[in-house]
Write a protein that binds this ligand. Sequence first.
Ligand code: ATP
Ligand code: MG
Length: 486
Amino acid sequence: MAGLSLKHVYKVYSGRKTTTKNPVKLLINQIKKKKNTTRTPTVEKRSGDFVAVKDFNMEIEDGEFIVFVGPSGCGKSTTIRMIAGLEDISKGELFIDGRLVNDVAPKDRDIAMVFQNYALYPHMSAQKNIEFALKLRKIPVEKKDKDGNPVFAIDKKKIKDIKEKIRTVEFDLEEYEDEEYKQILTERKAALEKDLKYYSETPVQAYSYKHMKKDEIAAKVQWAAKILGIEELLDNKPAEMSGGQRQRIALGRAMVRGPKVFLLDEPLSNLDAKLRTSMRMEIVKLHKELKTTFIYVTHDQIEAMTMGTRIVVMKLGVIQQIDTPTNLYDFPENKFVAGFIGTPQMNFFDVSIKKAGTKLQTTFANGQTLNFSLGNLRGIDKAYLDGNSHEVTLGIRGEHISFAQDGAINNKTALNTTLNVKEVLGNITQLFVRITADGPDYIVSVPERNDYASGDKISIAFKESSIHLFDRETELSIMNREIGNK
Ligand SMILES: Nc1ncnc2c1ncn2[C@@H]1O[C@H](COP(=O)(O)OP(=O)(O)OP(=O)(O)O)[C@@H](O)[C@H]1O
Ligand SMILES: [Mg+2]
């Protein structure tokens, strides 16, 4: 069991393909009189400074279930692979259980990783697949002298590893020209040289490595099989098992190693929807039983919401928000998180707001001005309540919109819309309404069925305490978490 600490962690990939303007293609297009084309022709160019993960900071407590979520390419796998040690950390520090592990080999980090492709050995039974790593693995045993005291010695293997890493960095320094990347490499080289000096001068506790005993291995496999409910499958080969069963074997293989941290990168994405749901619950149960730290990567926000004790929402390599599932849903700190978490997506209206007494006058694109009670809204940054008009984005989820009651029009709390499309989903009805003829559509999600048809006029009302406001430019929330403006 272990806590983790990531401090200013960066991942810079060198030699990534990027796109740039190509003057030759531009010219050809002009000659072909394709002047109305809005897309700039592009060509691939290799450049040395693609930042896949940027300034990742997080403290993970022992035993937490952390989920990394975000759209494809946002750096989830890169981050988890850095934690596993499968990718070098370009800059920053990673601590597992208080120990700096940037330069510790994956096998010495006490972590176990389960991937989307569980990659079981097809010719081996489930039992053999699970115990395989244990059979290969040598367990470190403290070296003792004849009086039983620990032995200290210079760690030659460590020194060799560090020298090898320095050589790689030096090679990259010669290869790449990008100044920012060079700076990162130079800092890394300096850190490695410091380590080299330390390990060359300082004797560290010495270990010898021994294989695990057969009966110990068997007991471990039995323990994992029992928790995972796969005892009857142990003699089966992967081809004789379902996707879910195979994924359980992969989990078993990770479990028997008794890791301090479980890393799971989209382990369920190859399974069908029903199996995903049941395996999702299995993994949550497993976490409860093992009480170990889990880090789980997914781009499925339902998985994130149902599994995580805390969720990290990422976009383009940058953390957007770290919070509990309900806080992410209730208090998104920016428009991206607001739109990413929750199905259907939150509605966003471009509005201008102005404080008038105890009301927030809110003008919509159709020219209507509604009056919301400041006392019912979450607290708004004072700068936006100075009596002037401010352009902001109003966010509201479909389930927080209802059909307006009589009198709402007079109270200026109902927005006039026209129904575009209606979808009856059985448990709820989704209405896609517009406030201007050419859209966009806003989703209203109501529990009751109704007789509205396309083209009907519908007045809708917002649950005031569930209104979100974001600065139009920065897209950051301008609200705090408390209801009421003083
Ligand atoms: N070896 C590499 N070399 C160069 N760029 C890479 C490399 N691996 C990943 N990238 C880039 O880094 C970014 C982050 O990739 P990463 O695999 O971490 O994304 P992800 O969030 O896991 O996405 P997905 O949901 O698709 O798995 C992407 O833009 C990707 O193209
Ligand atoms: Mg990935």
